[in-house]
Write a protein that binds this ligand. Structure first.
Ligand SMILES: Cc1ncc(COP(=O)(O)O)c(C=O)c1O
Length: 457
């Protein structure tokens, strides 16, 4: 498979042009093609339209090309196509996944009682965590949520989840899918670095406590927009006091707990009732690779559904399928295991540290640029900023950021992203792969400045 390393980072085709290129691929025929013919079609028609994640100019999203060791594991998993939820379908797959989950818990410093399971994505991990929290609340009210559902609650409108205004939108999906509705979410204000303000959180809890039941606090270790890490330890202490389940969404950020100089940001993570993390982001493990951790292994018991043909109550072997809904899942553990073994933890940590250092140095450089407004101090590998040329009218600044973003994306030499912080449109760069250096990020700034000059108000 040839990777198209040369610029552009992805073809410049419009959606219509792309559809025209791809159309013949889905022209399902009675007769099959040779693999050689298929390969030619895919190389010519599809691959130029795929995004090249390993280029220094890829500065927009959390995606990465597979790391070499991970690629090996993924190839073996693909070859044998193991389902891993049940001993009957893959004893070796099941046992490796169970051992891997325990070993990863240890690597991150969780207690020996902790456990984990592989999930299809961070979104599903967050959803399962919210279900576990709700189940625990039902137990407090003296009934089994699995049996009775929401109607078991005396007054479901009292149920509240506290989260940050910067939390990933998957928390909304979770609230919807559980039948609670988005109305159950209370979005907490953030401080100047876009971390939950603990002091304001306490005030809000005081106000809510009489009329509502805060059953879950859903915080983020590495927010999607700015990479900010909410203060885990003080929030864990509050949750302990008010008896709320603490879920940490570490889908993007939790890997950085392994990097010594950044470790302090994650203090208290081991106190969380549940936590999710996506090795398919910065570790370069093939998608899907996501983990949900729980502080007490028996918490997964709330997910258990037995059946007559497998996952039987009387089975004595491990069945990871009892920890989450799917009865078929890919053998994701293998690529994580082979990646960590191939590189060794020292190299893994170096890989993780590089983009954090790049963004930190980038931030220091940007502080000296008069026409750049920095939106937050970076906790991890993300920085949001605005280009603000001297004397530019405030009301035009959002349009200027949009113009710069659209132009950069159309050029296809690099990618950045656009997001909204409070009421402002801002530009956002992400460093996931070590190839994204401070130099590469500064080149983006040069382009941003040149485009801003071109923009006609
Ligand atoms: C903080 C955070 N949580 C959850 C998710 C959702 O993860 P997934 O895309 O695996 O569903 C993301 C995705 O980027 C994220 O950044």
């Amino acid at each position: 498979m040839s990777k198209h390393k040369s610029i552009p980072i992805c073809s410049k085709a419009s959606p219509e042009e792309m559809a025209a290129d791809l159309k013949s691929l889905v022209d399902f025929q009675d007769e099959g093609l040779t693999l050689l013919a298929l390969n030619r079609m895919v190389e010519k028609q599809l691959i130029p339209h795929l995004m090249q994640y390993d280029q220094p100019g890829f500065q927009s999203m959390f995606n990465a090309y597979p790391e070499e060791g991970a690629k090996y594991g993924a190839t073996v998993a693909l070859y044998f196509n193991q389902g891993v939820t049940n001993w009957q379908v893959s004893p070796g797959g099941v046992m490796l996944e169970e051992l891997c989950c325990k070993a990863i818990c240890k690597l991150f410093g969780f207690s020996p009682d902790a456990d984990a399971t592989f999930m299809a994505s961070g979104t599903y991990g967050n959803q399962e965590a919210l279900y576990l929290a709700l189940h625990k609340q039902a137990e407090k009210e003296g009934f089994d949520l699995a049996e009775k559902g929401l109607k078991g609650f005396k007054d479901p409108s009292r149920l509240i989840v506290l989260t940050s205004k910067d939390a990933h939108f998957s928390v909304k999906h979770a609230a919807r899918m559980l039948g609670l509705g988005e109305e159950c979410l209370r979005f907490l204000p953030v401080d100047s670095n876009r971390r939950i303000s603990v002091h304001k959180m306490k005030e809000i809890i005081m106000k809510l406590q009489k009329s509502k039941d805060i059953f879950c606090v859903f915080i983020t270790a590495g927010t999607t927009s700015t990479g900010s890490v909410d203060p885990i330890l003080p929030i864990a202490e509050i949750c302990e006091e008010i008896g709320a389940w603490l879920h940490v969404d570490g889908a993007y950020g939790f890997a950085y707990r392994l990097v010594l100089e950044w470790n302090y940001l994650f203090e208290g993570a081991e106190l969380a009732d549940s936590l999710c993390w996506n090795p398919h982001k910065q570790l370069g493990i093939p998608i899907p690779n996501s983990l949900l951790f729980v502080k007490r292994w028996e918490d997964f018991g709330r997910m258990t559904v037995y059946s007559d043909y497998f996952n039987r109550r009387e089975d004595s072997e491990p069945n990871p399928g009892l920890k989450s809904p799917p009865s078929t899942r890919p053998f994701s553990a293998l690529s994580l295991v082979t990646s960590l073994r191939y590189q060794g933890i020292t190299k893994v940590i170096e890989r993780l540290r590089a983009p954090l250092v790049a963004i930190k140095m980038f931030y220091e450089r940007l502080k000296k640029e008069d026409d750049i407004e920095i939106c937050h101090q970076p906790d991890l590998g993300i920085l949001c900023f605005r280009i603000v040329p001297d004397g530019y009218p405030e009301k035009e600044l959002d349009n200027l950021q949009r113009y710069v973003y659209d132009s950069i994306m159309a050029e296809r030499e690099r990618t950045i992203s656009l997001t909204k912080l409070d009421d402002k449109i801002v530009l956002r760069v992400v460093a996931i792969d070590p190839v994204v250096t401070t130099k590469a990020l500064m080149e983006t700034i040069s382009r941003v400045k040149a485009l801003a000059k071109e923009y006609k108000k």
